[in-house]
Design a protein around this ligand. Structure first.
Ligand code: ATP
Length: 870
């Protein structure tokens, strides 16, 4: 069969029985059945049973299994049952946590999956790229990711970067003509585009020739990097910490084993005890708790319009100290409305425009012709700057669509944010006009003539001065200004960038883009949280500063730089002034990388927003790259670590608050796990040292590990956000999560629990012997840790936090207490857990002694925080 590049476009369309109107619904279904969907086969997902089995790979679990087998062989049926029950319960809990975290990450991935614009049944619609089928007519424009392989049908300066396939880093031109050679490499197939390449310039229409695994990308899919999420820095550092801690605990268990054995306990019991102690003391849940808290947190963020693509962004968010944000659409509404025009030396309010005036009519008509937007029937489609222009002609009952029919576009050079210009070519009254609109400062350098009441004449210094004054006046009121120029060509031609010169200046159209209502408050919150907001925009400096002042980003003494000033600075100079610069204007996407680097060179964690095709490198370079969900290109979304589904600056601040809360929840969970474990270790260690019988039976420790470890820890991780997180300064990213302060608290709280556990032990020991003593110690440690779960919910006392404000925490407590009571009160279960029958007063002692550490902690909290905050 002939290759697609070797066929004419008509032949390819015929092959798929499709026209430019796209496939019909039926054809789509058929194509799906015949050729499959547009998905690369990902690596097989881990099955639930495999995850369940993998829980048994843990070193401690293996030792526990061996201990279980030994105790079975020695006829110790009770402990055998308990050990295996604990192992299985642990594995189930681990599996459930793993699956839950996976599924929330997967749903996030789906939310962030790329989209494509297709023509189907004569209508242009946006669909998920995975729903594309062979024969689909797909529209491409700068910033898109090519969704599947396709033959180019139409190209308007279409350029594509295929480096992921060919290794060629320069973008290549694409055209629709047939290629007459049959055996050529991918890189030379200039009328084909391939899945995964980036559209860097222009626009085009393609017909899809291969999807999914049949695409060129699919053929090398096995080479594609594993998309699995890597462990976040926090997970890595906790893993390392966990390993070190485990080793110390194992050594300690060794010591306890020797002491026990020395005191005459038999070998098997000594081993069993040491193993149980290791299981209870090593916080195995640490890693999975972090994952689950991160996963729950990201779900919450997605409800608040921030989709997290990389888990490590959640941690990073808590440390962000600079947010560099685009202006248009993120801080402002991106709803442009024309306000004033300037033409033939007159400033005219939009309401006073008179279309009998030739100059004014020409300016408005050029606005409609040199743009791709439309506002038919009030439905606005396209770039808001251009919608302002089409709305403007509609105001005077002129249809931009009719105008474009009358004076069709013969050629064009699309707008891009580097050039800040757009040109189109039209035949008007038998003359060929090249119309260019764009940023005044860029266009003015290319102007030679001016069109005013004297006709077309050479532009003078004075004219330029006057135009600049008007531009300043408009910009100073926060208006965006578009300049319009034109020139006549002798004949029709395909426009190239070199044609954008020797213009006749026609006039200016200014438009307002009001700040978003929530921007001001979000900026205030941002400053309150110790984060510097910075505005980066392609707009004019004066416009940018006016808006930045209005929303509070630009303060007295701040600096604003434009692209030219920025380029004149060395990296060192930028490094020195950067803290004072709050507005960057007329910058190109490449400048954003320098800005991020300069902030990073000052040790700051920098978030950067972006939407355009050229923003991707800056988004990757930033610590947190943020793409726009509505207006952002697929390329920018691909590069970002977070996507704002509402394009709103205020959402970033909300995400920062949630990020900080997640971090503090993780910290609290760790505190809970470690301090409780510490309580157990210290009790055992004390008993060993003073030569008392062991305060716990191995089954006690296993029960504590199961009931009082995971459930309250997860509940603490679910704690809802506190408003005051925005009062704190950003967290230093280099500071370990377990800093001195936290370690000290863990020690003290562990000690407190241990002291009261041992008091209970002595009391029981004195009145009823070793078994009663050990039962009391076990119950106090268990209950004390359950109570302690409430302490770890936040820094304030329960009076301020509210006992029931975290229902999961209450639930975890109730479940734990219920199970403990079943053991204490039910004889047959009790005998399984080696507990003695207790008197009512002994039970009362248990509750009181277990509660005291929590009272002590709560009183301290009340004095230290609540009173101060009142
Ligand atoms: P921000 O970075 O804040 O989002 P922006 O994206 O609005 O800014 P650009 O779209 O790069 O910035 O616009 C920069 C300048 O280019 C504008 O000030 C305007 O003068 C000009 N411009 C914007 N849109 C067009 C367009 N469609 N055609 C021609 N010129 C345009």
């Amino acid at each position: 069969m002939k290759k697609h590049f070797f066929k004419s476009k008509e032949e390819v369309l015929r092959e798929f029985s499709v026209t430019l109107n796209g496939l019909s619904k039926e054809q789509v279904e058929n194509s799906k059945k015949l050729y499959g969907v547009n998905e690369l086969q990902e690596q097989e997902k881990e099955k639930a049973w495999a995850i369940f089995l993998s829980q048994f790979k843990d070193f401690l679990v293996i030792i526990l299994i061996i201990a279980g087998i030994i105790s079975m062989l020695t006829g110790n049926i009770e402990s055998t049952i308990v050990i295996f029950a604990v192992i299985i319960m642990n594995a189930i809990l681990g599996t459930v946590q793993h699956l839950k975290a996976e599924s929330s990450l997967e749903s996030l991935r789906n939310m962030a999956s790329p989209k494509a614009k297709v023509m189907r049944d004569g209508q242009k619609i946006e669909i998920h790229s995975k729903d594309i089928v062979e024969g689909d007519i797909v529209y491409l424009e700068a910033g898109d990711i090519v969704p599947a392989d396709g033959r180019v049908i139409e190209s308007f300066s279409l350029m594509v970067n295929e480096s992921s396939l060919t290794g060629e880093s320069e973008s290549v031109d694409k055209y629709s003509e047939i290629i007459s050679e049959e055996n050529i490499p991918l890189g030379d197939q200039k009328n084909m585009v391939f899945s995964g390449s980036l559209v860097t310039y222009g626009r085009g229409v393609i017909v899809i020739t291969a999807v999914g695994m049949k695409t060129e990308l699919g053929k090398i899919a096995s080479l594609i990097k594993d998309t699995k999420e890597k462990a976040t820095p926090l997970q890595v550092s906790l893993d390392n910490f966990g390993k070190k801690l485990s080793i110390s605990i194992l050594i300690l268990c060794g010591v306890v084993f020797v002491i026990n054995f020395y005191h005459g306990v038999n070998l098997l019991d000594s081993i069993l005890f040491a193993v149980a102690l290791a299981v209870a003391a090593i916080p195995e849940a640490l890693g999975s708790i972090v994952t689950i808290v991160l996963a729950i947190g990201t779900q919450k963020m997605s409800k608040e319009n921030a989709i997290i693509k990389k888990l490590k962004a959640v941690e990073g968010l808590g440390s962000v100290s600079v947010i560099c944000s685009d202006k248009t659409g993120t801080l402002t509404q991106n709803k442009m409305t024309s306000k004033k025009i300037y033409v033939n030396e007159k400033i005219i309010n939009v309401e006073d425009i008179d279309l009998n005036d030739n100059y004014q009519k020409m300016l408005l008509n050029f606005g409609a012709l040199c743009s791709d937007a439309s506002s038919e029937g009030g439905k606005e489609i396209g770039d808001p700057t251009e919608v302002a222009l089409t709305n403007l002609v509609r105001k005077f009952n002129i249809s931009e669509l009719e105008l474009r029919k009358e004076y069709p576009r013969l050629s064009e050079i699309p707008f891009d944010s580097d050039r800040k210009l757009m040109s189109t070519l039209h035949k008007i009254d038998e003359k060929i006009y090249m119309v260019t609109k764009g940023a005044l400062d860029i266009l003015l350098k290319r102007v030679k003539y001016i069109y005013d009441s004297e006709g077309i004449r050479e532009i003078t210094e004075e004219d330029i001065k006057r135009i600049e004054e008007v531009n300043y006046e408009f910009s100073n009121n926060g208006l965006r200004v578009l300049a319009f120029t034109f020139k006549n060509l002798s004949k029709e031609k395909a426009l190239i960038k070199e044609d954008e010169n020797d213009y006749v200046f026609l006039g200016l159209i200014s438009m307002i883009d009001p700040p978003r209502e929530e921007s001001k408050e979000a900026v205030t919150n941002c400053l309150r949280a110790g984060i510097k907001p910075v505005m980066i925009t392609g707009d004019h400096k004066v416009t940018a500063v006016a808006i930045a002042k209005e929303i509070g980003i630009f303060k007295d003494g701040d600096k604003a730089l434009n692209g030219i000033e920025l380029s004149a600075m060395s990296d060192e100079e930028l490094h020195d002034v950067i803290e004072n610069v709050s507005v960057y204007a007329r910058v190109s996407p490449e400048d954003k990388i320098r800005i991020v680097s300069a902030w990073q060179s000052r040790g700051k964690i920098c978030a950067m927003t972006g939407d355009g095709v050229n923003d991707a490198p800056a988004l990757k370079k930033a610590d947190i790259g943020i793409a726009m969900g509505i207006t952002g290109t697929e390329v920018s979304k691909d590069a970002a670590s977070m996507i704002l589904t509402d394009d709103n600056f205020a959402t970033i601040i909300k995400a920062v608050a949630t990020g900080r809360n997640i971090y503090s929840n993780i910290k609290n969970s760790i505190r809970f796990l470690l301090s409780g474990n510490m309580g157990g270790i210290l009790s055992v260690f004390y008993a060993s040292l003073v030569g008392l019988p062991m305060p716990f039976a191995p089954v006690h420790l296993l029960f504590i590990n199961l009931v009082t470890d995971s459930l309250p820890a997860i509940a603490i991780g679910m704690e809802s956000g506190k408003d005051d997180v925005l009062e704190e300064k950003p967290r230093d990213i280099n500071q370990p999560i377990l800093d001195k302060n936290l370690s000290l608290k863990i020690m003290l709280e562990g000690l407190l629990i241990a002291v009261f556990t041992m008091i209970g032990y002595y009391l029981g020991f004195k009145n009823g012997g070793a078994k009663v003593g050990s039962t009391m110690a076990f119950a106090i440690l268990c209950l004390g840790r359950l109570f302690h779960g409430f302490n770890c919910r936040g820094k304030n006392s329960m009076l301020k936090l509210g006992l029931f404000s975290n229902k999961y925490s209450v639930l975890a407590f109730l479940v734990g207490t219920f199970l403990l009571n079943v053991i204490l009160f039910n004889q047959s279960v009790g005998s399984l857990f080696e507990v003695a029958k207790l008197t009512t007063s002994q039970i009362l002692y248990i509750y009181v002694l277990a509660f005291i550490p929590t009272i002590v902690v709560q009183v301290c909290r009340f004095i230290k925080y609540d009173l101060k905050e009142k």
